[in-house]
Design a protein around this ligand. Sequence first.
Ligand SMILES: Nc1ncnc2c1ncn2[C@@H]1O[C@H](COP(=O)(O)OP(=O)(O)OP(=O)(O)O)[C@@H](O)[C@H]1O
Ligand SMILES: [Mg+2]
Length: 1063
Amino acid sequence: MLTILAVVGTGWKQTSDWSSSVQKSLFTGYGRGVGEAGCCSPAGMSSGRLHVKTKRVCARKRSRHVLKTHLTPVRKQGRGAGDGSPPCPPCRRSSSMAEGRVVEYCSDSEDLFGDYDSILEDSSILAKLEDAEQHEILQSENLQSFRTLQPSKDLTSQSPEDRPTDSMFDELEDNAFEELPPSQLQFQEQIQDQAKRSRLQARDKISTPSHSVSEIIEGAEETNAEDRSKRQRRSVADQLKKTMLGNAATPVGVSRAAALKEAVVSEEISVAMQAMEAICAETTDLGPFFGLPSKVKELMHKLRGIQSLYDWQKTCLNLDCVQQRKNLIYSLPTSGGKTLVAEILILRELLCRRKDCLFILPYISLVQEKVRGLASFGLELDFMVEEYAGSKGKFPPVKRRNKRSLYIATIEKAHSLVNSLIETSRLENLGLVVVDELHMLGDGSRGAVIEMTLAKVQYMSKATQIIGMSATLGNIKDLRTFLGAENYTNDFRPVQLKEYVKLNDTIYEVDPKEENCFRFSRMLNFKYSSSMQKIDPDHIIALVTEVIPMHSCLVFCPTKKNCENVAGMICKYLKEDFLQHRETEKATLLQELKESGNGSMCPVLRRTVPYGVAYHHSGLTSEERKLVEEAYSRGVLCLLTCTSTLAAGINLPARRVILRSPYMATDFLKRSQYKQMVGRAGRAGIDAIGESILILQEKDRNMAKDLVCAPMENCYSKLMQEDGKGILSLILSLIGLNITSSLQQMEEFLRGTLLFVQQQQLCVDRSLWDTMQQCVDMLKEKDLIAVTGTDSVSPTLQITRLGRATYKGSVDLTYCDLVYKDLSKGLEGLLLNSYLQLVYLVTPYDLIPQCNPDWMVYFRQFTLLSASEQKMSAAVGVPESFVARKAAGQTVKKDMDLVVVKRMFLALVLFSLLKETNVWSVAERFQLSRGLVQTLLSSASAFCSCVLHFTEELEEFWPYKALLMELTRRLSYCVKAELIPLMEVAGVLEFRAKQLYNAGYKTLTHLANADPAVLCRTIENLFKKQAHLMVASAKMLLNEKAAALQEEVEELLTLPADLPPQL
Ligand SMILES: Nc1ncnc2c1ncn2[C@@H]1O[C@H](COP(=O)(O)OP(=O)(O)OP(=O)(O)O)[C@@H](O)[C@H]1O
Ligand SMILES: [Mg+2]
């Protein structure tokens, strides 16, 4: 295999320390770069040259090249069978949805290929590549000797001092092997023995350490002599194109130690897989660590600090049903360590069964955290981690022949992903779907989306395993029936959580065994002045000062405003001593908050942060949220007042959680909400103990008993909610995806839903089948589906063009016709010298009710518009005269459509944001809260991508396609263009991107090749762990982009199987 570094534009350059003479001779005469020193550092890269390094080419790929020609631009047909794709599902798409078409149904992250497009478009490079092909023939002798080098010997002979230390892996302590129990050591020895043998056998086949499971397996399949001669005939142009693409995928500074470790794990998996094949095709026990190689155990230790599994985790992983890959629901208290079990099962599926996995989490922030956390595993174990959240994610996902993918997705994105896999007949590549926080099934429209997703997976791919987990499941039985799943439950919580309630001055411990549920614990010790008593009648200050500043405390409040007030009130009475605790770090935080707001800063935070206190709710900008969360995790802030934004799934330190009242806004808390909130206290590995205190008023005492002691609430299907919105859109997509085309098939599908399981409780007025029939009629009325065929008993149902656009764009059925009408009207005089009209068309309808424009502000902004923009505004129904009259306080007699007027106001906000990219100043100018502006921006970017997919399905909207692609990108990031590549990395926001950019890390490649230790030194307030996670995610993203290009190149150059005879 080749490892070559080429400097495009200035010439070729080799950096490998072995076989240099061979490579030199291979590339002599191809530019000025020959012989230059390696330039892996960001500084080297910023010289404007593009570095490209060949990727090791696996044996199967090499052997396939005899079938290829780079002169064959035709897309290969019927690839599925070759790459292990499943046979067609029961119902195929119609011909109008042929594969070529589907490729166009890409996501809003159409920028997946980023800067790398330029590589393929550089014809001078391609010319060089052709020339190089001639040279290859001349150099084939040299090449042979080059290929027979023994890198493993090379690597093992290296002294530890020689090993580069740039790998993240090297920095972490290295003793996991030593801890292995005797049985595992034995296994280890066996593996090494077998690995030695297989190395000897493979000596002629591989020249660098095996890289991945696939490469090893494929290597083993290769037959030596024949393939070598085939390889010689292979186009160098092809190799080098791959080389260039592969370079991005391979970290420039990979240490030899890391490469050696990689080789060991690959061999270990390979040996294990061979063993598995020999024993039984169904066995999944491939290694000493719950069926995984001991490398995984080592990584768990090094990257997570987890030395051994909890007993329940071991039991659960060893359950028969888990071994047999049956569907499973497991439920344990918060912080019980549920995620780890799911992650081990995911790794098993990726590494051993070589199937893709989908991990569904409820919030974008949780998805990003997981992507960051698992990127290092992906890099070490050679699988892709792909983010599907916000505007990120490609539909259908990039096909990968040699690597498996772990898609980490929000609920909505997971649904679109599954739809796109069904549509392209690739669902069976998905081996496992994991749903975290499974109780979300009962949570409004998002619950309906989870249900649709799981029902489709179950119906279309029987082999796909489904695993759900939750801390707060009431009616597991219904869910078990729905998923045909086994169940595992345990009460384990590694850190004990003590629950208390406070009534007047008394603290009671929650004890369900007591008749009253509450047992006296202590009297609250406080000395309040009368003014203080008036301001803080609930004694929150007394409660928090028992733990802060040495420990952390979360105070859940019922409203956003209350969060800010409580934070302010607490600080008013805190002693001056609090100011000195971690003073410098708090000053830095204040500075960062200010910079993130381009000089503006929230007055409440300005006052509270010096005391180590802040608030956290959806009114903060994403930058502020991130800064506040990070400072709180590090203990710089010791107290957060928050709404339920911090209630689910997160791992933040909290010795004590206080619930300010048992209400969320005006609604009494649900038991599951209460459990999630108190569950933030005492997280394993962060706190040694945890306690929660619910502040009660006498009037709520009885209701509170149920809240703290009753069994968990049941979780019900939400398909029928909001006038059956869920079931309507389910039926539409079933017809659109060709899953069902008759009422009988639909009935059969619906039998697999949670709604069917719970029909007796939920379909009271009419049966599920009547409801289904009614939905079909409604969809027909809305012209979203049509009846074809003559069979009146069982007519064939087909989706209409509008129906297809609606489900493809995930457009709400209530306003799909409005979207169509607005877009059609827009085409009559599309304004192309400004973004205003496009922005108006993607301003989300559902935010309009929240908008109450200040007419003076409206008018002022209106007058700033150009003549053509004003004309366009008048054309949609907002003339200047109307806004002027309203601003002057005059009544307007003419009937105006206020929805349009308000939508235009929101469009003006977005329009300003695009120009200025500053949430703070725009919020101020429009007299809106910055939180609302931030929400508007993120919903507009999501809706823009929906409208884009909608227009893609309707020929008449062709002009919108290109325009909306760019607009989605701009709305998604809304920062200066140069920062976008950095912000594509999970969790990197504008502020951090600016810091990185200013420090010289200008592109994704710079960041992916950065040394985390150097980053920590150069970037203010960036900590070691964050730096490691950030670099790992950047590497993963770079790999992803490069691999996507590589796949495309291969696809383009593959000879079509059905090419007519050329003789
Ligand atoms: N075997 C283990 N040893 C040590 N720490 C562990 C172990 N398993 C999990 N943890 C740690 O415990 C913490 C909580 O785990 P996790 O987030 O999986 O809990 P959870 O059950 O999903 O909680 P929640 O319901 O609140 O989401 C994490 O920091 C995790 O790394
Ligand atoms: Mg969890």
